[in-house]
Ligand binder design. Structure first.
Ligand code: GDP
Length: 430
């Protein structure tokens, strides 16, 4: 889901703005599991779609812009697509405003300057000094009188990136499979997630199988953990082979696979599980758990070693967490949503063929006895995983190297590196 974050010094009216935007459009507000109790999140429903709105107001202590606060705002902004910079439209600009402005400028994210408390149109004449903040036209709003909110929502949509996503994952729920070698920490992680009682909605037993699917909401998004019974059963009580079969089945039923990795036990098993998932067209999120056991000093070294051992999975997203401290637990769900959406990307045919022209102009296509391979056109008939069909004059001319070149271009130029997209070549007469 798109993410929009409100930032601004205390008392400018961030939380009134937050509540106003939410209340106007019937939204779900949920507490964020894990560390970030100081953030408020809610889903804003608009005519053009929905986005997640985050208020960082709870982070401030006093009027000071401290390092601690900044670090937390850093985190909140990491995957934000638009920032609402709230300033008091009736007061002078303060040093704290200037500090926040400077900070946001360095972040390089799209910023909308929101002047709050502009209850009366007459006040708009006094907004001139706000231009000094360097973020262009302020949008005058009043949470009290519900002024300027339509304009603000409009401005947000103008800045959100356009995506071609085909599902409404919020409605159907994103199905997650938790897999990993025995003792990787799967059941501890499951308990850490479910221990956050606030997020649990229901636990329903499957009727046709002894699998238990657990459903919960996070950030307004419905998730389903598939076959949690298979995770909770102690490894000793489950024959290894059965356990493997069970994880494969869970993968088949999932939208996104969480591969739980013990940082001190890494090897071929992880690669194998990841490949099983990717071959099934399921995006994989690497969840490195037990991170509480790694000291701050050792972290960079352990990270590097892990990256070396799992070099083949370097292009996938990684989250470092711990079932005990619950650090970054919320990241897991954010990344899962992002992967799910990415896996449902549909590239319009016209855009795809524009890229094909660029790609083929940059290299020499393979040829056979002087006759070159030609791509006549390409389409993407399927999502999850995105599947690209290239119609070519001679499919048998396609070399492994050329296929890899196309894979790299699709990964980079279409931004699909993290999901298991597929390529198909079909013959067509010229
Ligand atoms: P599973 O077989 O993959 O379900 O693994 P478990 O969840 O049963 O965990 C295996 C062992 O690792 C247990 O002794 C857990 O207490 C320990 N463990 C799991 N997660 C963590 C963690 O985040 N931090 C630490 N320190 N230990 C963990």
């Amino acid at each position: 889901m798109h993410k929009v974050v409100i930032v601004g010094r205390p008392n400018v009216g961030k939380s009134s703005l937050f509540n106003r935007l939410l209340k106007k459009r019937s939204a779900v507000v949920a507490d964020v599991p894990g560390v970030t109790r100081d953030l408020k999140e809610g889903v804003v429903e608009t005519d053009r779609g929905r986005f997640l709105l985050v208020d960082t107001g709870g982070l401030w202590s006093g009027d000071k812009w401290e390092k601690k606060i900044q670090e937390k705002v850093d985190q909140a902004l990491e995957d934000a697509e638009v920032v609402l910079f709230a300033v008091d439209g009736r007061a002078e600009i303060t040093p704290a405003d200037l500090e926040v402005a400077e900070y946001l400028r360095k972040k390089g994210k799209p910023v909308i300057l929101v002047a709050t408390k502009v209850d009366d149109p007459k006040h708009e004449h006094y907004l001139g000094p706000l231009y000094a903040l360097g973020f262009g036209d302020p949008i005058p709003t009043s949470s009290e009188h519900a002024r300027g909110l339509e304009e603000l929502v409009e401005a947000i949509w103008e800045r959100l990136p356009v995506r071609h996503i085909e599902t409404e994952p919020e409605v159907a729920g994103i199905r997650l499979a938790i897999v990993g070698r025995p003792n990787a920490g799967k059941s501890s992680l499951l308990n850490a997630i479910l221990g956050e009682e606030r997020v649990i909605v229901s636990e329903e037993a499957g009727t046709t199988r002894d699998a238990i699917d657990v459903e919960f909401f996070f950030g307004g998004q419905r998730f389903v953990l598939v076959d949690t019974a298979g995770i909770r059963k102690r490894p000793e009580s489950l024959v290894e082979e059965l356990a493997i079969r069970r994880s494969l089945r869970a993968m088949d039923e999932a939208d996104v696979v969480l591969l739980v990795v013990d940082p001190f036990q890494v090897g071929d098993r992880e690669l194998k599980l990841a490949n099983e998932a990717l071959e099934r067209g399921k995006p994989v999120l690497l969840v490195i758990t037990k991170w509480d056991l790694v000291s701050k000093e050792d972290a960079p070294k352990v990270r590097r070693l892990l990256r070396e051992k799992l070099a083949h999975l370097d292009h996938l997203p990684w989250v470092y967490t711990s079932a005990f401290t619950k650090q970054n637990l919320d990241r897991i769900f954010r990344e899962a949503v992002r992967l799910h959406e990415l896996n449902h990307t549909r590239v319009p045919t016209s855009e795809l063929n524009r890229w094909v022209a660029v790609w083929t102009s940059r290299v020499q296509t393979p040829n056979f006895k002087g006759k070159p391979l030609k791509i006549l056109y390409a389409t993407q008939p399927e999502v999850a995983p995105p599947t690209f069909v290239f119609f070519v004059n001679h499919p048998e001319f396609v070399t492994r190297a050329f296929e890899n070149y196309l894979k790299n271009r699709i990964g980079e130029d279409l931004g699909l590196r993290e999901v298991p997209f597929r390529l198909v070549f079909r013959g067509r007469r010229e």
